[in-house]
Design a protein around this ligand. Structure first.
Ligand SMILES: C[S@@+](CC[C@H](N)C(=O)[O-])C[C@H]1O[C@@H](n2cnc3c(N)ncnc32)[C@H](O)[C@@H]1O
Length: 231
């Protein structure tokens, strides 16, 4: 898990950049201040289309990136400003999972033509994960970044590829992230368990069972294995 990025890019965005295939044409949807778009163009992408929906943010993007080789800045909502076959990869990062979900639902036809989507919500991902299944967008990879005292999940979707098999009961946090064994992933799971315990205390008794079930599943993920020598 990236905690410091040698590229100088913030670790959250560096994690996203690392999953863009070299030489690909990339759309950065909701590019914000353009940091990631800039890094992608310098390091790996043959073309970056940086988009913004807000007028002010779009103007700042144009001031920063407009006219540089390898960039195209566009104003529009989600994938609607990307034409057929213009890019192979789309990044949708730094928004809530519901906003990312709306961008995928409204641009589904375009999304399904892409080779890879890199989705990095700012918080939970449970809603987005269910939506991906409903939309027929297969999750083929996951990653985790740590920045500013927070964890960020990255969901990698590759339309046309077989998705990771996912048993929700055994892997409540996602097919791969549930079981990753590095210290960063373990710390993330501990944090989620602590959060769920606090939420359980605040939840009315009749609404507790699903949360209690999730806590039970989380408890099993890092339970000491028999014969591991742990107490
Ligand atoms: C918090 S910034 C994130 C910037 C950058 N992607 C990152 O991860 O750091 C979110 C940006 O997404 C833009 N945005 C939100 N909804 C959008 C949409 N439907 N289409 C394009 N941009 C959108 C906002 O204007 C805002 O600048």
């Amino acid at each position: 898990m990236k905690t410091v990025a040698p590229s100088g890019l913030r670790p959250r965005l560096d994690t996203v950049a690392g999953h863009a295939p070299k030489g690909s044409r990339v759309a950065d949807i909701g590019a914000g201040d353009g940091q990631l778009a800039l890094r992608l163009a310098q390091d790996r992408a043959s073309l970056v289309i940086a988009t913004e929906w807000q007028a002010g943010a779009y103007l700042r993007l144009v001031r920063r990136l407009g006219g540089l080789p390898g960039f195209d800045c566009r104003r529009g909502d989600g994938l609607s400003c990307i034409g057929v076959g213009e890019v192979e990869v789309a990044v949708v990062a730094g928004m809530g999972e519901h906003t990312i979900g709306r961008i995928l639902s409204s641009g589904l036809e375009r999304a399904k033509e892409l080779r890879r989507l890199l989705l990095q919500p700012m918080g939970p991902t449970a809603h987005l994960r269910r939506l991906l299944e409903r939309l027929g967008l297969p999750l083929t990879g996951e990653d985790l970044a740590w920045e500013g005292g927070r964890f960020y999940q990255l969901l990698i979707v590759e339309p046309g590829c077989p998705g990771l098999p996912w048993d929700r009961e055994r892997s409540p946090l996602g097919p791969w992230l549930s079981h990753r064994q590095d210290e960063g992933a373990r710390a993330w799971r501990r944090e989620l368990r602590a959060l769920s315990e606090r939420r359980l205390e605040l939840t009315p008794a009749d609404k507790r069972p699903p949360l209690a079930c999730l806590l039970d599943q989380l408890g099993q993920l890092d339970a000491p294995q028999e014969g591991s020598g742990s107490p």
